[in-house]
Design a protein around this ligand. Structure first.
Ligand SMILES: NC(=O)c1ccc[n+]([C@@H]2O[C@H](COP(=O)([O-])OP(=O)(O)OC[C@H]3O[C@@H](n4cnc5c(N)ncnc54)[C@H](O)[C@@H]3O)[C@@H](O)[C@H]2O)c1
Length: 381
C-alpha cells in the first residue's frame, strides 16, 4: 500500500502540552508506528513543521528529534501548500489570532482547549472555519482516558439505571514557587494572560458531561483565588489575579446534577488526580484517569448512622474493578489519528470548534455565575 506524507504546522511546541503530548506522544509516535491508516489501507505520515517565537529553542528541539522543518515565520509555514493542517498549543491568549490566520490560509485547524478566552471569539472561530469550509477540531483528551472509557461503557450498557448525580473531584497542590518551584506555568495564575482554573477546566468538564451524561442546562459556580501571590519562573513575585479554585454545580438534561470541584490548592487524598463518582438507581461507579470501580444495587451495603460505635464496615471493599477488556492508547494520539482521517477522508469527528465554543461558554457563564452569586441557565449556542 502507498504511503503519503502531509505537512502539519505545529505552533506552541516548546510548551508542556505542545511538546510532550502532541509532538512526542502523538505526531512522532504516529510516524513511528508507520502513520495513520485510512479506510482503504493507505498510510499517511505526518511531517511536523515547528513554529514558535524563539528560533534557538525550536532549533534545539528539532535537532533532538531529527525534524528538518522549523521556523519563527508562521505566515511562511501557512503559505506552503504541502502543509494541510495547522495545530495550535500556544498559550490560550495567543490562539485566536493564529487560528484565524490559518483558516484564512485555507488550512484545516486543530487546537488545544479552550479554543478562545471568550465565547464570542470561540464562536467567531467556529463560524470562520465553517465559512471557509475547513475541517476544525479541539482537543478533548479526557474522553479517551481509560477510566472514562470504562465509565462510558457502563453508561452505554445501562449499568446505572437512571443516573441521579455526578461528583467530580479534580486537583492537586500547585506549589507557590517560593520555597519549592511551581510545577505549572505562571501565566495560568494571571487573568490578564489567559489564566484561571474556570477557563482551564470547565471546557474539559463540559465535554465530559455532554458526552457521558447529557447537555448542560445550568451552572452555579463559586470561583476564588485562595493564594493571591505566587513566584514565577524567574523567581519574581507576582499577583495571582486568576481564580485557582472553582466549586461548580451543573444541571444536565434529564435532571442529572453534577457537582465538580476544581482546585490547584488542594492536597490529594484520593486514588487519582481526578475522580468522578456517578450514582444511579441501579448502581454507582467511581472513575479516575485509569481505573473504574463499580457497585451494583444488589451489592450495596446498608449503613446505619450510629456515632457511638466505631465503623467496622470497610466501605471501599464493596466495589468491583471494571476490567480493561481492551488496550488503551494515548488519548491525544487517538484524537490526532481521528482528526487526520476526518481531514483526508471525512471520517466523523464530533469534537469540532462548535463543541469547543460550548466549553468556553460554560467557563464564561461559570465566571459570571460566581461574580453575580447566582445560578445561570446555559442557552443553546
Ligand atoms: N488538554 C489538556 O489537558 C491541557 C492541559 C494543559 C494545558 N492545555 C492547554 O494548552 C495550551 C498550552 O498550555 P501549556 O500548559 O502547554 O503552556 P506552556 O506555557 O507550557 O506553553 C505555551 C506555549 O505557547 C507559546 N507562546 C506563544 N505566545 C506566547 C505568549 N504570548 N506568552 C507565553 N507563551 C507563548 C510558548 O512559547 C509555549 O510554546 C493552553 O491553551 C492550555 O489551556 C491543555
Amino acid at each position: 500500500m502507498s504511503v503519503r506524507t502531509i505537512g502539519v504546522v505545529m505552533n506552541g511546541v516548546t510548551g508542556r502540552m505542545g511538546y510532550r503530548q502532541h509532538l512526542v506522544r502523538s505526531i512522532l509516535a504516529i510516524n513511528e508506528q508507520g502513520g495513520v491508516t485510512l479506510s482503504d489501507g493507505e498510510r499517511v505520515t505526518l511531517r511536523p513543521v515547528l513554529v514558535g517565537r524563539n528560533a534557538d529553542k525550536l532549533a534545539r528541539l528539532a535537532a533532538a528529534h531529527g525534524i528538518p522543518d522549523h521556523t519563527t515565520d508562521l505566515d511562511a509555514a501557512l503559505a506552503d501548500d504541502g502543509n494541510l493542517i495547522y495545530f495550535d498549543a500556544q498559550v490560550t491568549s495567543a490562539r485566536v489570532k493564529a487560528v484565524l490566520k490559518a483558516v484564512d490560509a485555507g488550512k484545516h485547524v486543530y487546537a488545544e482547549k479552550p479554543t478562545a478566552e471568550s465565547v464570542q471569539e470561540a464562536v467567531t472561530l467556529a463560524q470562520a472555519a465553517t465559512a471557509k469550509g475547513v475541517k476544525n477540531g479541539v482537543v478533548q483528551d479526557k474522553l479517551f482516558l481509560p477510566g472514562l472509557l470504562k465509565l462510558k461503557r457502563l453508561v452505554d450498557g445501562g449499568f446505572f439505571g437512571r443516573i441521579l448525580s455526578v461528583r467530580g473531584e479534580f486537583g492537586y497542590w500547585v506549589f507557590e514557587g517560593d520555597w519549592q518551584e511551581a510545577q505549572r506555568p505562571s501565566w495560568n495564575y494571571r487573568a490578564e494572560d489567559g489564566g484561571g482554573i474556570v477557563l482551564d477546566m470547565f471546557p474539559h468538564w463540559h465535554y465530559v458531561m455532554e458526552n457521558l451524561f447529557g447537555r448542560v442546562t445550568s451552572v452555579y459556580a463559586h470561583a476564588t483565588t485562595h493564594i493571591p501571590e505566587r513566584v514565577d519562573e524567574r523567581g519574581e513575585r507576582y499577583a495571582a489575579t486568576a481564580d485557582d479554585a472553582a466549586y461548580g454545580i451543573f444541571e444536565l438534561e434529564g435532571g442529572v446534577v453534577a457537582q465538580i470541584n476544581s482546585s490547584w490548592t488542594v492536597r490529594v487524598n484520593r486514588d487519582e488526580l481526578v475522580e468522578f463518582q456517578v450514582d444511579g438507581t441501579h448502581g454507582s461507579a467511581v472513575a479516575g484517569l485509569r481505573d473504574c470501580r463499580a457497585q451494583h444495587r444488589a451489592a450495596t451495603p446498608k449503613p446505619v448512622w450510629n456515632p457511638d460505635l466505631p465503623v467496622t464496615a470497610r466501605f471501599r471493599d464493596g466495589w468491583q474493578d471494571v476490567p480493561d477488556n481492551a488496550e488503551f492508547d494515548n488519548g491525544f494520539k487517538i484524537q490526532w489519528e481521528l482528526f487526520v482521517r476526518h481531514v483526508l477522508e471525512d471520517a466523523p469527528f464530533p469534537y469540532d470548534f462548535a463543541s469547543g465554543a460550548r466549553g468556553v461558554q460554560l467557563a464564561e457563564l461559570g465566571l459570571r455565575s460566581s461574580a453575580e452569586g447566582r445560578r445561570i441557565e446555559v442557552p443553546a449556542l
